[in-house]
Write a protein that binds this ligand. Sequence first.
Ligand code: RP5
Length: 194
Amino acid sequence: MAKKTTKKKQTGKANQKTASITPSPSHPVSQSPPSLPLVAVIMGSQSDWDTMRHADETLTQFGVAHECKVISAHRSPSLASEFASNAERRGFEVIIGAAGGAAHLAGVLAAHTTLPVLGVPMRSEALNGLDSLLATVQMPGGIPVATLAIGKPGAVNAALFAVSILANSRPELREKLHRFREVQEAKIRATVLN
Ligand code: RP5
């Protein structure tokens, strides 16, 4: 399987990121050693990676140390509870949970941690992601999951939301978010229709 290795400045303890796209239920598809990852990007299946790589890329763009990992709420339930239960102690500050179909992953992760959990519904074959959206967003009161859009926009926005949360205590990230918005606005202002 292909592997990618990138070195970037990270908002964490170190500045190296190694990403492998060879996931297994117990091994990360991407991680940021030796810095402490601040964001966990958890997805229910390797088939979610094509979408969730956009979260990975966005976090890398902002230099945020993160870890991407496949954990299934129904195929590896004890791993899901173990990961979420230990996430705060490991130094994570935000968890992104992405899944399709019945899509209970983000809710299950949220059940085991008080860290903010951001849900990304995957586009599913049967119902085009509507099932994933409803299963992720319709959490009963008491255990919140902040749900983003279906698919790639949700993956990108979950990463941006995570950066925004981290930026509350990291001025350098707030500055990067301002620059990111300025670039977006400049592109719109420069758009000329032929
Ligand atoms: C969910 O079921 C995963 O998040 C994925 O979106 C969906 C399909 O999984 P695979 O059958 O592709 O492994 O658990």
